[in-house]
Design a protein around this ligand. Sequence first.
Ligand SMILES: C=C(O[C@@H]1C=C(C(=O)O)C=C[C@H]1O)C(=O)O
Length: 181
Amino acid sequence: MRDRPLHPIAIPHWQPAAAFRPLISAPWWQWLASQDSLTERLTAAGDARPFRVRLLSQRLGVPRRDEAQALGLAPRRLAWLREVALCLDERPWVVARSVAPLTQLRGQRLDGLGERSLGSWLFRQPDLERGPIELTRRPAPFHPGRGPWGRRSVFRHGDFAVLVQEYFLASMAEALGLPSR
Ligand SMILES: C=C(O[C@@H]1C=C(C(=O)O)C=C[C@H]1O)C(=O)O
């Protein structure tokens, strides 16, 4: 038997969304492929449930290797790291980790976001561009919640770039009656 390369389980394995398409049910595809604000979609889907961003962590740190690669950042460079749970009725439906290179952070007051949604700020930027969406079946490496899919894409506005990684949890599928994948 040939040796297979070893992938530590905690490192997400990202693929272009199209590569996973045959495995994705139509309702999940709507969630994964959408280009607009997830904050707004969740708020709408949650119906009367109150939406809240729960801040898990916000700090300077070294991005993971796959994150640095996605941003075209040299290894071991410090970046702004933010981890949140997007909650409906205090239950996490999505957990997200965002990574922004420091060199492009000048002038951006992201530290002040607190429990306001990053999306509510991002989608107000008129020149916002979103890179291709990639997917993983691996769970969030920073949170115990489990779910069917994770997705990521890079947002750019002027010199500012941020990699947003969003992991959809089983609790969301359950609450909305979505299929398992
Ligand atoms: C990028 C968006 O913002 C959401 C809010 C986040 C935050 O506040 O840290 C992180 C990821 C997103 O799911 C969005 O609404 O699409």
